[in-house]
Design a protein around this ligand. Structure first.
Ligand code: PLP
Length: 223
């Protein structure tokens, strides 16, 4: 499978969906989720000119991107997986956005590290819209206070919200909830939708869709 073909197909689909729902296609960004992909796939994606990537593990991302990103001024790399407080230093050094801010302790650690490095990057708050025990993300009921803490107490730039809907439920009610929360609190970015459901996230205002397998082809089996 050729990556350029995948990108063309994804872009055509995103454009058609935006047309259908009366959205400007320039307001929906396509993120390539590069976790677990082989080096030659990453390099092939970079060769097409694609510059927005997401990774879900700090250490894996460091290996893949620390050297590579030196060659691309316009590369934009987001963390989309859970972040432990003992990895915030590496995360702030490497990433341009943390999409998975979800608890006070992490907000404190991130803001302290940004001060220390003098590198202030935007974060998105991950919301556990399905209120699943095992899933990261702040609970919807705790969100307003948490947002206020991040913005007022820690002076962080919160650019928007991110969610991963439960696997066994239709995603649209979760996309709708995230959209409503963002609108209520004046947040612009909505990171939602993956390979299987990005087209469903667009009518609910997604500004960034996170696409892995439909972009690169299937990931090697989970280990
Ligand atoms: C892996 C991953 C994706 C992409 O998943 P696909 O189904 O391959 O598109 C998107 N978001 C997050 C948070 C992920 O971990």
């Amino acid at each position: 499978m050729d990556i350029q073909d995948n990108i063309t197909q994804l872009r055509n689909d995103i454009t058609a969906t935006c047309d259908q729902y009366d959205r400007n296609v320039n307001t929906v960004r396509l993120m390539a989720v590069s976790k677990k992909q082989a080096d030659d796939r990453i390099d092939a994606a970079l060769a097409t000119g694609h510059r927005l990537y997401g990774e879900n593990r700090v250490q894996e991302a460091q290996k893949r991107w620390t050297d590579r990103r030196k060659d691309y001024d316009d590369l934009e790399l987001h963390l989309i997986g859970p972040l432990q407080t003992n990895k915030v230093k590496e995360a702030i050094t490497l990433f341009d956005c943390i999409q998975t801010l979800d608890r006070p302790k992490l907000a404190k650690a991130l803001s302290a590290e940004m001060d220390k490095q003098g590198k202030f990057i935007p974060c998105m708050i991950q919301v556990n819209t399905g209120e699943e025990d095992q899933k990261s993300g702040i609970l919807p009921v705790e969100f307003p206070d948490f947002l206020a803490l991040c913005q007022n107490e820690y002076g962080m730039t919160i650019s928007g919200l991110m969610c991963i809907p439960p696997f066994d439920e239709p995603p649209t009610m979760h996309f709708a909830l995230l959209q409503k929360m963002a609108a209520t609190h004046g947040l612009r970015e909505l990171s939602m939708g993956m390979s299987s459901d990005y087209a469903k996230a667009i009518p609910f205002g997604a500004t960034l869709v996170r696409v892995g397998s439909a972009f690169f082809g299937a990931r090697p089996a989970e280990s």
